[in-house]
Design a protein around this ligand. Structure first.
Ligand code: ATP
Length: 319
């Protein structure tokens, strides 16, 4: 069985208190919040109660502690998080625009977040893992890709499974190497969790050909389960055998959308690995995503199983 493993960037997020465009003038900011899509995912997994482990790198500074303390508190094995003596922890500054879009300033690959190597601690945690969750964001980075590719090969060859959240971010760029790594990961993934146009990017099909053509292409490539995240419209799960399950979203007042998809994924994967069926896992995923957007900060609203059960029973009310 083995823990669910996630590899990648660990950051602190610092959020502008006012909506607007960019960071060209002094403005009030709130943070640091523990963040980084893979860290949010694995924190939600750990909080849900699934066995969880993280591979990543932070600086020897308070921003690193903000993250490792949180992950440990939430039950995540942090033994393979490297503490880099020379580089600071990565940062992401975020400002929301009036239309809901976001501007980011990242210090990612020039920080500890980009300094990831295959160490004895990484080897040990990969040897225990039963499932690897991959974030497409990371594939722009050759050094991290080497760790992901090696871990995925080991876990798959032992009969473990792989999930992929494309999590594409235009600010992080893409090139021909990234595209070929992305295609390699898509072909390894048993479970895909795209949102919006990411389905078509993953499938390599044109959006005008429709959702069914994209799904058929991914199932033909080896995927077993595809979950479409649809924001405030909820989520839908499709299987290679032809099952379709729709799950409505919980009605909530959104305060901060960051991390919804990662919390959804963390709860969905943890629930499936604990033996819940797809319908139950979709409900937990929808609850985790919806609960998280009602909190300010990217992983502040990640819920324990008891908190998500209470949220579901209260039809979207945070107790
Ligand atoms: P991210 O912003 O983290 O990249 P994403 O685009 O991957 O998110 P979304 O579809 O926005 O993923 O959100 C994931 C899930 O969280 C949705 O399927 C839904 O269940 C829940 N969710 C997100 N936003 C809302 C909302 N405003 N109201 C209710 N549920 C929401």
């Amino acid at each position: 069985f083995g823990p669910t493993l996630c590899i990648g960037e660990i950051l602190v997020e610092i959020v502008a208190n006012t909506a607007g465009s960019g960071f060209l003038e002094p403005q009030p900011l709130t943070g640091p919040y523990p963040s980084g899509a893979p860290a949010i995912f694995i924190d939600q997994c750990g909080r849900f109660g699934g066995s969880a482990a993280m591979i990543g790198s932070v600086g020897k500074d308070d921003f690193g502690r903000v993250n490792t303390d949180r992950l440990q508190r939430d039950g995540v094995d942090t033994s393979a998080i490297h503490v880099d003596p020379a580089l600071p922890t990565g940062t992401a500054f975020v400002r929301y625009r009036d239309d809901g879009d976001r501007d980011f300033v990242y210090n990612m690959w020039t920080s500890a977040a980009g300094a990831l190597d295959w160490t004895a601690e990484v080897e040990a945690v990969v040897a225990r893992a039963g499932h690897l969750h991959i974030m497409g964001t990371l594939l722009v980075q050759q050094r991290i890709w080497q760790v992901i590719e090696r871990a995925a090969g080991i876990i798959k060859s032992r009969g473990g499974s792989v999930s992929l959240d494309p999590n594409l971010r235009k600010e992080l760029g893409a090139d021909a190497d990234t595209a070929s790594r992305f295609a390699a990961v898509v072909s390894m993934a048993d479970l895909l969790l795209p949102s919006g146009p990411e389905l078509f990017v993953a499938a390599g099909t044109d959006a005008s050909a429709g959702e069914n053509a994209a799904l058929a292409s991914l199932f033909a490539g080896g995927a077993r389960e595809i979950v479409l995240k649809r924001g405030a419209a909820g989520s839908t799960c499709f299987t290679a055998e032809g099952t379709r399950i729709d799950a409505p979203a919980f009605a909530v007042t959104e305060l901060d959308p960051t991390g919804a998809g990662d919390c959804f994924g963390g709860a969905y994967v943890a629930a499936r690995r604990l033996g819940f069926d797809m319908a139950q896992a979709l409900t937990y995923g929808n609850a985790a995503g919806a609960r998280n957007v009602t909190f300010r900060g990217p992983m502040e609203g990640a819920g324990t199983r008891a908190e998500l059960d209470a949220f579901i029973a209260g039809k979207g009310r945070v107790a």
